[in-house]
Design a protein around this ligand. Structure first.
Ligand SMILES: NC(=O)c1ccc[n+]([C@@H]2O[C@H](COP(=O)([O-])OP(=O)(O)OC[C@H]3O[C@@H](n4cnc5c(N)ncnc54)[C@H](O)[C@@H]3O)[C@@H](O)[C@H]2O)c1
Length: 446
């Protein structure tokens, strides 16, 4: 646009110069000399000169009009070789999304001021969701796809499952990459939702060194990617950063009470380090970041038998097994339904605030109260069985969500009694489907 403007003004000046030239070069031959200075040239020669000058003027005017009216026109690129074609396609995509970071690198990004060149339709955002095959990630992917975005899921399937995403297979706006975030990856995206990390104690304690590597090296890799392509980065941290809290409910300004050498530290301290890295990339390198501290979340597609209390109780009640309560059952937790969390994550990503933000449901339940709700919803005859408590299990957990309410306009809308029935049919189908498979397997082996 700027170049076309300058070329047209150049033309106008040139025009000006041309129209002046005859007068300045020779006052005798100019057709524009005034009548009180009669010209020596006259007759057919003069009228021919006048005609030529007029043609020139009209030509210049048409050219100027053309460059103003067609700013985006450019010579057709030579796409004969595959490499040139690929480069052209990457460049076109980058232009469409409003950034040419693909070609110029993060530091040289061009701001198109929201204008899409003529003939190019604006697409949705390109978003990577690490851990997108897991419980929370797959629900987030559903929302992003239904909003019209293009989503790339990066997952190593440690706890995630393709079945959680199978309904998107074949959608051109969806891609699934089997990849471990501990290894670097380069993708051209506008936003990164970084969820990859086993979230339940059973899974994160399975290989603690791998868990902390995922949290530290995996987060470093994703922040590096954000820096390289100029993407906005959102970290899903956890209420576990508050440890066994000495403040109740927990506000974001509370620094926590975490055992740095306990069996849960690979997760708690891993997430704390991930938060530190995120803030250092933001402060030191100007990366746009967002931090969510997620409190206990439940819903369809949670791993069965992963040691998280809601999935445990629901699976046990459906299987007609006793509900196992650890300790005296008086420790409290707050439970948020997954769609509320996804709404909070998306508001945080799209909003202007870095965080950290607590995202959780402040409704607080003791484990015994939760067991009673499960009895009400699934099986009134379910028995409760007490077991010794696990190490470093926090006594109380309840989010203060004032900050999210005020700055994100977000709060949960689904109560535990409304949300639990929504996950029962998914669990019933998976449990009894799996049991059928298991029995047919054992029948085969006998
Ligand atoms: N669900 C909750 O209650 C809760 C609470 C607090 C924080 N969070 C956080 O939210 C995120 C998602 O949790 P979730 O409940 O969906 O857990 P999940 O275990 O269902 O999902 C985690 C996903 O990450 C993938 N993953 C793990 N390690 C990976 C690696 N190295 N490379 C690539 N992929 C990897 C898993 O395969 C899985 O798909 C996690 O970061 C978790 O810490 C969840």
């Amino acid at each position: 646009m700027a170049s076309s403007a300058s070329s047209s003004s150049e033309l106008i000046q040139r025009n000006h110069h041309i129209t002046q030239t005859p007068a300045s070069a020779s006052s005798h031959s100019s057709p524009f000399t005034s009548s009180d200075q009669p010209s020596k040239t006259s007759g057919p020669a003069a009228s021919m000169l006048l005609q030529r000058a007029l043609f020139l003027l009209v030509g210049v005017a048409i050219a100027a009009l053309f460059f103003h009216a067609v700013p985006a026109s450019s010579p057709k690129p030579d796409l004969s070789s595959p490499v040139r074609r690929a480069t052209y396609e990457v460049a076109s995509e980058a232009v469409e999304s409003g950034t040419v970071s693909a070609i110029l690198g993060a530091d040289q990004r061009v701001n198109f001021g929201g204008k899409v060149p003529l003939g190019l339709k604006r697409k949705g955002l390109r978003i990577v969701v690490t851990g997108g095959a897991g419980f929370v990630g797959s629900h987030l992917v559903d929302r992003l796809i239904s909003r019209g975005d293009s989503v790339i899921v990066v997952d190593n399937f440690f706890t995630g499952r393709k079945e959680n995403l199978v309904h998107h297979f074949g959608n051109p706006r969806f891609e699934l990459i089997r990849h471990d975030v501990v290894e670097p990856i380069l993708l051209e995206v506008d936003q990164i939702y970084h969820l990859a990390c086993p979230a339940s104690p059973v899974h994160y304690k399975f290989n603690p060194v791998k868990t902390i590597k995922t949290n530290v090296v995996g987060t470093l890799n994703m922040l590096g990617l954000a820096k390289r392509v100029g993407a906005r980065f959102l970290l899903t941290s956890t209420s576990e950063v508050y440890g066994d809290p000495l403040q109740h409910p927990q506000v974001e300004t509370y620094w926590g009470n975490v055992n740095p050498i306990g069996v849960r530290s690979c997760y708690d301290e891993g997430k704390r380090t991930a938060e530190t890295l995120t803030m250092d990339y933001h402060r030191g390198l100007g990366i746009e970041v967002r931090i969510a501290r997620i409190f206990n979340t439940y819903g369809p597609r949670m791993c069965l038998d992963d040691g998280r209390v809601v999935s445990n109780f629901v699976a046990q009640a459906l299987r007609k097994e006793p509900l196992t309560v650890y300790g005296d059952g008086k420790q409290t937790r707050s439970f948020q339904y997954v769609s509320d969390l996804v709404e909070g994550l998306m508001r945080l990503m799209e909003g202007e605030h870095v965080g950290p933000f607590n995202l959780g449901n402040p409704g607080e339940f003791t484990m015994l109260e939760l067991a009673q709700v499960v009895q009400e919803v699934i099986d009134p005859n379910a028995k409760i069985e007490f077991r010794p408590n696990t190490a470093d299990d926090p006594h109380k957990r309840k989010p203060d969500i004032l900050k999210a309410k005020e700055l994100l306009g977000w709060e949960p809308t689904i109560s535990l009694r409304q949300g639990l029935p929504l996950m029962v049919s998914d669990f019933r189908q998976r449990i009894f489907g799996e049991q059928k498979d298991a029995s047919s397997n054992s029948a085969t082996s006998q």
